[in-house]
Design a protein around this ligand. Structure first.
Ligand code: SDX
Length: 393
């Protein structure tokens, strides 16, 4: 890869790039946002504060954080015409394509004649996305269960507002559980960025054609939807439920994984970069039991997950392939305990990853060396040959 980068100073052909945003050491299991260790941010920061750090590359002072928070609060409502979009989706539509469609549609309301790259518009589009994506996500869920939308309540913070719009009902007051809000806020911090993963690279590649921020983020949401990427957190829960329904027989499941039965993978395990324990998974694992028990969730699937982890970490098949739990292995269990349906798990990943996508898009458009991405290929098709008339085929 170094040769490719050396050979390709503009990074235009390999898709690799320089970035100041996130540092990962996959062998040592290190993750830092703008130099700050993920463990410290998860413990001491908030999702809005970490979003500011990723996007504006420094932790905000009190005034900056207050201004940023207030700007976001002013934009949490959706245009009344945008809400009509939800009427067009089938009731059982998966919320991820609903989210990517609505985010793309935001550009029809907010990104028409103005230059998408001049500072005020980039800052305003940044705020609008951070503010409106949680609202769109909550409405996608409400639409799927036939319940009315709640307008945002800006006396609440971003995460509390999202929880209320997701689980609240117009007919009765909704009290946000501070433990749930705190746990979800921490999970969003853990998902906020991860350097050049599939969806972030998609955002950068689409943005390199000078597509606006809404269009680029919509592309990232679609990339995240894949079960090998953001869709894995939902796939983990299905995997654990299948093991539970097979009398909790982890040995039987692991045998299928090792035999590479079609479609059988240890979901939530493995990573292209981490060849050690994903530091985010370690944080989630250490907090999962407490949160799940507090919320009255079942330990059964968590026990199966921990048994599966112990098995894999001591089995040569996984050890020699350096397969460890990744961020998706335990998160689904917490989301389920919070009351989210499986279809919403990847949407939660998207809400968390949004500030990272925005930070990378802004870094890319602000880099004078950026040119349109054009990955190279090695051609392996047929050599030149003449056209064959139909009667000779
Ligand atoms: C995320 O890039 C990022 O940063 C992503 C992410 C982020 O924050 O953005 O961290 C979020 O996407 C985490 C990953 C979530 N996906 C899953 O949990 C799905 C299950 N994991 C695998 O599909 C896989 O590990 C990947 C996709 C995550 C990584 O794939 P790689 O790097 O291409 O690894 P590979 O497919 O080349 O596997 C190497 C070997 C193979 O065996 P051999 O062919 O050498 O015999 O390991 C095996 C694979 O079969 N393997 C697995 C496995 N993952 C890899 N075997 C069983 N179960 C698995 N989960």
């Amino acid at each position: 890869e170094t040769d490719l980068i050396t050979l390709d100073p503009g990074f235009v052909n390999t898709g690799s790039c320089r970035s100041d945003i996130t540092y990962i050491d996959g062998d040592a299991g290190i993750l830092r946002y703008r130099g700050y260790p993920i463990e410290q941010l998860a413990k001491n920061s908030t999702f809005v504060e970490t979003s500011y750090l990723l996007i504006y590359d420094e932790l905000p002072n009190a005034k900056q954080l207050e201004d940023f928070t207030q700007q976001i609060q002013r934009h949490t409502m959706l245009h009344e015409d945008l809400k009509k979009f939800f009427d067009g989706f089938p009731v059982d539509a998966h919320p991820m394509p609903v989210l990517s469609s609505a985010v793309s549609a935001l550009s029809t309301f907010y990104q028409r004649s103005l230059d998408p790259f001049d500072e005020p518009n980039v800052d305003l589009s940044t705020i609008r996305l951070l503010a409106k994506v949680p609202t769109i996500a909550a409405y996608a869920y409400k639409n799927s269960i036939g319940q009315p939308f709640l307008y945002p309540d800006n006396s609440l913070n971003l995460v509390e507002n999202f929880l209320r719009m997701t689980f609240g009902l117009p007919a009765e007051p909704y009290e946000v559980d501070p433990e749930v809000a705190k746990a979800l806020d921490m999970l969003f911090i853990l998902h906020a960025d991860h350097e050049q993963n599939c969806s972030t690279s998609t955002v950068r590649l689409v943005g390199s054609s000078q597509a606006n921020l809404f269009a680029s983020i919509s592309a990232g949401i679609n990339a995240l939807f894949g079960p090998l990427h953001g869709g894995a957190n939902a796939a983990v829960l299905t995997m654990l439920e299948n093991i539970r329904d097979n009398h909790g027989n982890t040995d039987d499941f692991v045998a299928k994984v090792k035999n590479k039965e079609p479609g059988v993978r240890l979901m939530g395990f493995g990573h292209r970069v981490y060849k050690n324990y994903d530091p985010r998974a370690a944080i989630v694992r250490d907090t999962a039991r407490g949160i799940i028990e507090k919320l009255g969730g079942g330990d059964e699937l968590l026990d199966i997950a921990m048994k599966l982890e112990d098995y894999a970490l001591n089995d040569e098949y996984f050890v020699e392939r350096k397969l460890y739990p990744n961020v998706d292995f335990y998160t689904g269990l917490i989301y389920q305990a919070m009351g989210f349906p499986t279809e919403m798990f990847t949407v939660l990943f998207a809400i968390g990853r949004l500030p990272g996508w925005i930070a990378h898009w802004r870094e890319m458009i602000e880099d004078p060396d950026t040119r349109i991405g054009r990955p190279r290929q090695v051609y392996t098709g047929p050599t030149e040959r003449d056209f064959v008339p139909m009667e000779e085929r």
